[in-house]
Every structure is written in C-alpha cells, then in structure tokens.
Design a protein around this ligand. Structure first.
Ligand SMILES: NC(=O)c1ccc[n+]([C@@H]2O[C@H](COP(=O)([O-])OP(=O)(O)OC[C@H]3O[C@@H](n4cnc5c(N)ncnc54)[C@H](OP(=O)(O)O)[C@@H]3O)[C@@H](O)[C@H]2O)c1
Length: 233
C-alpha cells in the first residue's frame, strides 16, 4: 500500500538516544529541514525537555531500547514514522581486550547497541514498507571490519556490536528492497560527546551528514555503509 497522504504531511523522524550527543544534534538538524521530529530518550523528562529546546512541534517520548515492549508502545502512541535514526548506543568496554573483557559488559553492550536497534527496527520498519516509503539510518562506527578494515580489539564488545549492526543493516536492506524503504549504516567519525569526550569535532558538525543519510532521494542506494569523509571513527 503506498502512502497517498505522505505528500500532504511532513515526514516524521524518530531518533533514539536523542537527549544528548549526536542524536540530539541530528534531531535538531532534521527539525531545521522541516520534518516532524520525535525525540526519544530513556528519561521521559529529558525527552520532553530536549524536544521543547529543539522547537515548537517537536515531541518527546520515553524510550529505552532495551525495553522489550518500549518501541512498539511508542509506535502505537506516536503514529507513522517515516525516518528512523537508530542512534542510541553505549561504549562500556574501552581499554579491554577480547580475552579478558568482562562478559557482562559485552552482554550489556549487545543488549543496547545490537538488540535494541533490532527491536526498534521491528517496531517501525514494517509500517514503512506498508506505506511504501521510509528511510532508516543505523549509527555504526569505524571500529568495525567493514570494507576489509580491522575490527578494533580494544573495545571488543562495542566493536562486535557495531560490526553486527552492519550485518543487520544488510539484512534489513535486503528484506525491504523494492518497497521504497532505504536502510543504510553511517560512520559518524570521532565526535566529542559523553562517549568520546576528548575528540575535536562536535555533534553539530556531523549532524548534516547523518541527516543527509536520513533524507536520501528515492534513487539512492540501500544497504550501504556511509562514512563521513571529514572524520574517522
Ligand atoms: N562519539 C563518537 O565519536 C562516535 C563514533 C562512532 C559512533 N558513535 C555512535 O554514535 C551514537 C551516539 O553516541 P554519542 O557519541 O552521541 O554518545 P552519547 O553522548 O553517550 O549518547 C548516547 C545516547 O544513547 C542513549 N542510550 C544509551 N542507552 C540507551 C538505551 N538503553 N535506550 C535508549 N537510549 C540509550 C543515551 O541516553 P542516556 O543519556 O539516557 O544515557 C544517549 O542519549 C552511538 O551509537 C555511538 O556508538 C559515536
């Protein structure tokens, strides 16, 4: 079923982990581009506060991506989502190695970065395919082995989670091929956030790159791993 009313309404974008860092900057950038923006965050107060700071009409929703029913609840409350930015992520095992990293850290990392993203995709992508249009951006990382690179061993759980997200991107792209839904992973490069506090580049600097991936034209590729050329991460 194609969404005949889509042209009459602004596209709606939902961003996970949008209360700070890259997610918040991407939400603000998509708002500036005229989309209806749904800010989601674990803390409902921060979600609403961030939405209010972004501008009139932006909406805040509580969403912990590890909550098995959370994404579907938000989907039911918020209505159709056309653009999904799976940004929520954690880096818990910096400085460890694959042979000694505490496996509970790996478990927590996979719960958020991989399974959380997968769960969010299950809640929102079927609606996109039914309506015949959608854009999904999965925030990955340069720590993965994409394109023959080396899997970064000093954040083993994190690197595996992001490598797996690239696999999820490929699968979702194949599953949605020809439906009007494009699914791509992005590598934002190294950005100064709570996760990477010593980096130079700011979330505002990378937000246009991620927003571009979230608003690709209909003839753009799907299943890609897009790298922000000015940064490496
Ligand atoms: N910064 C970099 O250099 C860099 C490089 C490559 C990739 N990335 C990726 O970019 C994304 C954003 O990271 P960032 O750098 O902006 O880091 P950040 O400032 O630490 O932001 C992480 C966001 O994820 C949220 N989050 C964590 N666990 C969550 C959960 N269970 N449910 C929902 N939201 C959750 C956090 O919410 P709370 O405030 O509630 O904790 C926060 O909003 C991540 O996927 C990260 O892996 C970052």
């Amino acid at each position: 079923m194609n969404d005949q009313n889509a042209a009459a309404r602004p596209r709606t974008a939902l961003i996970t982990g949008a209360n700070r860092g890259i997610g918040r900057a991407v939400a603000a950038e998509l708002y500036r581009r005229g989309l209806r923006v749904l800010v989601t965050a674990r803390d409902s107060h921060l979600a609403r506060e961030t939405a209010a700071a972004i501008g009139p009409g932006a909406e805040g929703y509580a969403l912990d991506v590890t909550d098995p029913s959370g994404p579907k609840q938000v989907a039911a409350e918020a209505g159709p989502v056309d653009v999904l930015v799976c940004n929520a992520g954690v880096l818990l095992d910096a400085g460890t190695d694959p042979l000694t990293v505490p496996m509970d850290l790996v478990d927590q990392t996979l719960q958020v970065n991989l399974l959380g993203t997968w769960r969010v995709a299950q809640a929102f992508v079927p609606g996109m395919t039914e309506r015949g249009w959608g854009r999904v951006v999965i925030v990955s990382s340069g720590t993965t082995a994409e394109f023959g690179g080396r899997l970064f061993p000093k954040t083993p759980g994190y690197s595996i989670s992001k490598s797996a997200l690239n696999g999820l991107t490929s699968m979702l792209a194949a599953q949605t091929a020809g439906t009007g839904v494009l699914v791509n992973a992005v590598n934002p490069g190294r950005i100064r956030t709570r996760m990477m506090p010593t980096q130079q580049r700011t979330p505002d600097e990378v937000a246009p790159f991620v927003a571009d991936a979230a608003t690709l034209p209909d003839d753009a590729p799907t299943g890609g791993f897009l790298t922000e050329q000015r940064g490496r991460g």
